[in-house]
Design a protein around this ligand. Structure first.
Ligand code: GSH
Length: 204
């Protein structure tokens, strides 16, 4: 299994995290996102339907979109997918993540670190991020993980960018249930912080 990813990409981190937590043998190939899309390695351009990381190649098949990759992996390996009765909830969390926490926090972080934006844009993104974190915090006040049965791809997806929350200018401590949840996830066997999980591998 081959994963194309980048060290600053929380979307990449979701796929890498699954592979590490499930102890799946794979190769990580780092893609330089500062290179224009057309100038990225031809092998990546050929499989990246949307031009973005992550892309997972398995048995000659290229898979794109981080949450779709998580669904594929959970179904293929039969782990981190909760009970059959919880699958609807998995899909709800992954869909929520796409439009909410996976939109607000990454864009706020990106705007603060690499692509400076006007104050009203930052305020809009921060406002959305705070609403999303409150939603998560409220849910986690009565549950250890997003599914009652334990850790799953719902947690991997919704937490991905939150290990970099301080880089979005938000203090984890403002959301104590989120903080406890992140701490629990970080204790799972195989877990690595995104800075370590996505560190650029030595050149091939
Ligand atoms: N919806 C996509 C988002 C992927 C995405 O935004 N990837 C970014 C890095 S986090 C990327 O490849 N950006 C570089 C580019 O667009 O050229 C997913 O969930 O995989």
């Amino acid at each position: 299994m081959l994963l194309y990813a980048n060290s600053e990409s929380g979307h990449s981190y979701k796929a890498r995290s699954f592979l590490l937590l499930a102890n799946v043998a794979h190769e990580y190939r780092w893609i330089d996102l500062n290179t224009p899309r057309s100038e990225r390695p031809a092998e990546f351009v050929a499989v990246a339907k949307f031009g973005e990381v992550p892309v997972l190649v398995d048995d000659g098949r290229a898979l794109c979109q981080s949450n779709a990759i998580l669904i594929y992996l959970a179904q293929k390996f039969g782990v981190l997918r909760g009970e059959p009765s919880e699958w609807q909830s998995v899909l709800e969390w992954l869909s929520w993540e796409t439009n909410r926490i996976g939109f607000s926090v990454p864009n706020l972080r990106f705007s603060l670190r690499w692509d400076k934006q006007p104050a009203d844009v930052l305020s809009y993104l921060r406002g959305r991020a705070m609403v999303d974190l409150r939603t998560l915090d409220a849910f986690l006040s009565s549950s250890d993980y997003l599914l009652k049965s334990g850790p799953s791809i719902a947690d991997i997806s919704c937490s991905a960018y939150l290990f970099w929350l301080s880089q979005a200018g938000i203090a984890e401590a403002e959301f104590p249930n989120v903080q406890r949840w992140l701490s629990s996830l970080s204790k799972l066997r195989g877990w690595l912080h995104p800075d370590d999980a996505l560190a650029k591998p030595a050149q091939r």
